[in-house]
Design a protein around this ligand. Structure first.
Ligand code: ZN
Ligand code: ZN
Ligand code: ZN
Ligand code: ZN
Length: 233
């Protein structure tokens, strides 16, 4: 039976684990988040009072990879592009763009301020690399007026946990995928620790590419992307 389980992630404020849709609703009413915002609103060093946007980002293909962010209205799209590159996308410095309406939509300049782009309900498309594209849908969920939670332009409120993939040889959790099989034959071979070691020594004589660990990014395996899929701050 082909059943796709939705990925889950935790609210950074209270630790409750939910799907992205659940978090979209939860973050509006999370009491721990409300407390954090009340504290932040008194922190003059965090920046001026401004509209601050709750954005939900997801990969266009399956939506297994997603982020819930807060971004300052005074920040620019460039700050969001930088963040996306760091946490999900950057392989070899490809071009990227934001647009409304996908590939055929009008490009929005990177220096445009967030507060001049988003209104709640609006969805933007981000494309990274026009050769082997990664597409991200960015939806404005909500907006609040106040001070930011940190001095950085973006605050990560939740992200998906690494989707579970099973080993192609047994039913254990796969932690590796064979880069050699992928590059040479276009075959996606996820493997557990034991079978990764067996596969490397028995299937491939040379170890030029070897095994790559699963990383929490929708770009894994595309172009030259191998991670690390960590937030920049
Ligand atoms: Zn919460
Ligand atoms: Zn690349
Ligand atoms: Zn295995
Ligand atoms: Zn292989």
């Amino acid at each position: 039976m082909a059943r796709r389980k939705q990925t889950r992630g935790s609210c950074v404020f209270c630790g409750r684990e939910m799907t992205k849709g659940g978090l979209s609703r939860h973050l509006k009413s999370c009491t721990k988040r409300t407390e954090a915002i009340e504290t932040a609103n008194l922190q003059i060093k965090n920046g001026p009072v401004q509209p601050i946007y709750h954005l939900q980002l997801q990969d266009v293909w399956g939506g297994s990879y997603w982020l819930h962010l807060e971004i300052q209205g005074e920040a620019t799209l460039k700050a969001l592009d930088d963040y996306l590159r760091a946490i999900w996308l950057e392989c070899c410095g490809h071009l990227s763009q934001f647009s409304i309406g996908g590939w055929s939509g009008d490009e929005i300049p990177m220096n445009r301020k967030i507060k001049h782009v988003f209104t709640p309900g609006l969805t933007l498309t981000h494309i990274y690399d026009f050769g082997t594209p990664s597409e991200t849908l960015i939806k404005a969920v909500d907006v609040r007026q106040g001070r930011p939670l940190t001095q950085h332009p973006i605050f990560l409120m939740a992200r998906n946990k690494l989707p579970e993939v099973r080993c192609s040889e047994c039913d254990k959790l796969a932690r590796w995928w064979c880069t050699e099989c992928w590059i040479e034959m276009g075959e996606w071979v996820p493997l557990c620790d034991r079978h990764a070691e067996e596969h490397r020594t028995e299937e491939h004589d040379n170890d030029e590419y070897g095994m790559s660990p699963f990383v929490n990014s929708p770009r894994m395996g595309m172009c030259g992307y191998y991670g690390p899929a960590e937030p920049p701050y």
